[in-house]
Design a protein around this ligand. Structure first.
Ligand code: ADP
Length: 261
């Protein structure tokens, strides 16, 4: 009798071992798939600016270098391409850290009004190039104290305002507003009257590398990671992010934050 019991136990153990292994292999397969897809997207994103830089350098080497005015123009364009590569690599670094949980929030009490003003100061030139007016109601002359990671919230506001400029129309406006909510929360809204987003894209916008305009032909294309980074940061704060958009009319991105005493 002891022998048969042992056999039964052994069989059960072997079966359990096999099940565990199968699960482990499936997890590894999913991870491998994820890694492959991620790398595919990364090389795709890097290709365009790299080819742009290479193009200008080759043209310069091919003789354009002899013309002083062309030389400067092409070097500036090559430099813009490098700048774009740096942005993409920074975003990749950030999303990798956020997705692997390898990042911690440095929480403090800070004035959200000041953060928004900083972002406006940094992006004024970019907006002016498209004749876009950035408005932040003057009623916010007073500080609004919030709790969070100041630097990361500034990144969130930056990404959202940058998008409102990128996808905004010539001569348009970006408006930032803050409202009180119940439960000691506020909501920050970034509203534009730009191109808007068709319904079928909205649920996927926060996926990394997801873009409405797949061609990537857009001259101002970012990394396709901006909104994925925004979502991770806001959800990392246990807060919420919302989109409302009407195609051809404009979009509003908003997120909640906790007020500090
Ligand atoms: P990127 O701007 O680098 O493509 P994002 O993650 O920031 O990547 O945005 C993803 C996509 O969402 C954009 O490609 C664009 O199609 C759409 N989008 C984001 N913000 C806006 C906006 N304010 N108005 C219209 N479309 C937007």
């Amino acid at each position: 009798q002891p022998i048969t019991t042992d056999m039964a136990t052994l069989t059960k153990e072997v079966q359990k071992f096999a099940r565990d292994k199968k699960l482990e292999i499936e997890t590894l397969k999913i991870r491998e798939e994820y890694r492959r897809e991620f790398l595919g997207n990364v090389s795709h994103e890097l290709k365009t600016p790299l080819f742009t830089v290479q193009g200008y350098l080759l043209t310069l080497l091919d003789g354009a270098m002899d013309d002083k005015s062309i030389r400067k123009k092409y070097l500036q364009r090559a430099e813009k391409g490098v700048e774009r590569l740096i942005y993409i690599v920074k975003d990749l670094d950030m999303i990798t850290k956020l997705e692997t949980g390898d990042i911690h929030l440095d929480l403090s009490r800070f004035n959200i009004v000041e953060v928004i003003q900083n972002v406006f100061d940094l992006l004024e030139m970019k907006a002016a190039k498209k004749n876009i007016t950035l408005t932040f109601d003057t009623k916010y002359a007073k500080p609004i104290w919030t709790l969070g990671d100041r630097e990361k919230i500034q990144q969130v506001v930056t990404n959202l305002v940058v998008n409102s400029i990128k996808y905004g129309k010539e001569g348009g406006t970006t408006e930032v507003g803050i409202e009180d909510l119940i439960d000691n929360k506020i909501i920050v809204r970034i509203t534009d009257n730009g191109e808007g987003i068709e319904k079928q894209h909205i649920s996927r916008l926060f996926e990394r590398f997801y873009r409405v305009d797949k061609s990537g032909a857009r001259s101002e294309g970012g990394s396709g990671l901006g909104l994925a980074i925004v979502k991770h940061i806001i959800e990392g704060h246990n807060e919420k992010i919302y989109i409302e958009s009407q195609f051809g009319v404009g979009s509003e991105f908003s997120f909640t934050m906790e007020k500090a005493k």
